[in-house]
Each structure stands twice: as C-alpha cells, then as structure tokens.
Design a protein. Sequence first.
Length: 174
Amino acid sequence: MLEGKVVNLKVIEKEDLPLTVEWVNNPEFFGVYNPLIQQSKTEMEKRYDKLPPEEKWFFIEKKDGSKVGGISHFPAGKLLEIGYFLIPSERSKGYCTEAVRIMVDYLFLSKEIVRIQAHIDPRNIASQKIVEKAGFEKEGTIRKSFFAKGEWRDMILYSILREEWKEPKILTKS
Ligand SMILES: CC(C)(COP(=O)(O)OP(=O)(O)OC[C@H]1O[C@@H](n2cnc3c(N)ncnc32)[C@H](O)[C@@H]1OP(=O)(O)O)[C@@H](O)C(=O)NCCC(=O)NCCS
C-alpha cells in the first residue's frame, strides 16, 4: 500500500479483476478522449497473468477504503509510462492529482529510471493540469499518433526527469 494524505494506492490483485472489468467496459470511465476498451473477465485475467515486471495496476482508494479509480505504470519501449482514471462521481476533488504524485515518488524511489512519461490528448485539460502539478514538462505534440473513435488523434508527450523530481513529495524512503 502506498499512502498519501487523501488517497492511497493499492495493488490490484487477481481477485479484484471483476471490479476492474466492470470499470473498463463502462465508456464513461475512460472518458471522451481515450479509446473504448471492451474486455471480458477471461481476457482481463489472461492479460493480468502475462503482465511484464514494468507494468503494475493500482486502485486509487480514499482513506475510508472506497475505490475511486485506477492508476498504472507500463513499459513504452525501454521507458516507463503512466495512465490513470477516476470514476465520474469522484472527479474534480483532487484525488488523481495526489495519486500521480504518489506514483511518481514510488517509481523514482523503487526503480532505476531516469524519466516517467505520459501521453495526453490536447483536449484533456484536467489530465494536463494533473501532470503539470506533479512536475511534468510538456515535450511536444505527436501528431496523428493513434486512431480512436473514428479519427486520427494528436497526443501531447509529457515527462518528468529524475533530476527535476529531486526528492519524494509524499512518500518517504522507508
Ligand atoms: C483526467 C481525470 C483523471 C481528472 O480527474 P479530476 O479528479 O477531475 O482531476 P482533479 O480534480 O485533480 O483536477 C485537475 C485540474 O483540472 C481541472 N479540471 C477538471 N476538469 C476539467 C475540465 N473539464 N476542463 C478544464 N479543467 C478541468 C480541475 O479544476 C483541476 O484544476 P486546478 O488544479 O487548477 O484546480 C478524470 O477526468 C478522468 O478520469 N478522465 C477520464 C480518463 C482520462 O482522461 N485519464 C487520463 C488519460 S491521459
């Protein structure tokens, strides 16, 4: 468990997959800027069993233990990338802002990586604010980088380097 001030990050175990399946199959959870994922429990379990060491999925939990969203890290070539979402009723309360800060601390404290990156749709202002508050820099726009919902989409590439992070903001080393 990674503990923050208003949320904790808890590793998603195999027995948690039914809730994850319910969420990913709901078009509202990934919002208007992300591709719609439709995945059965069996497909999700197969995927979970084959996760590489660089990929881990976490629930974002409020302090009362209720699950309000998910955040993950995953490989992008030799680099590490993050992705996140909140259930619609729990948005605009700052939970994801803290979840991303916790994830950044966790990754730089536990892995020998030099950068963490995120790809964000230019129209997704909330997501851009979240990474900017966590210290990410905008690197540029990757034009027409993937096809989703009937159109080619641009993505902004954000990153934070170890030297920009400097030290943990929320987690401690112990
Ligand atoms: C992106 C997402 C996680 C943001 O969650 P959230 O709880 O609204 O984020 P926060 O409450 O921490 O808000 C972040 C900032 O964005 C602002 N914001 C929220 N919704 C906004 C909107 N529609 N337009 C502009 N700004 C918005 C907030 O006011 C806040 O700004 P502030 O720091 O200046 O106060 C959530 O909208 C979501 O799950 N979307 C679907 C999945 C997704 O897009 N994931 C990201 C993929 S890159």
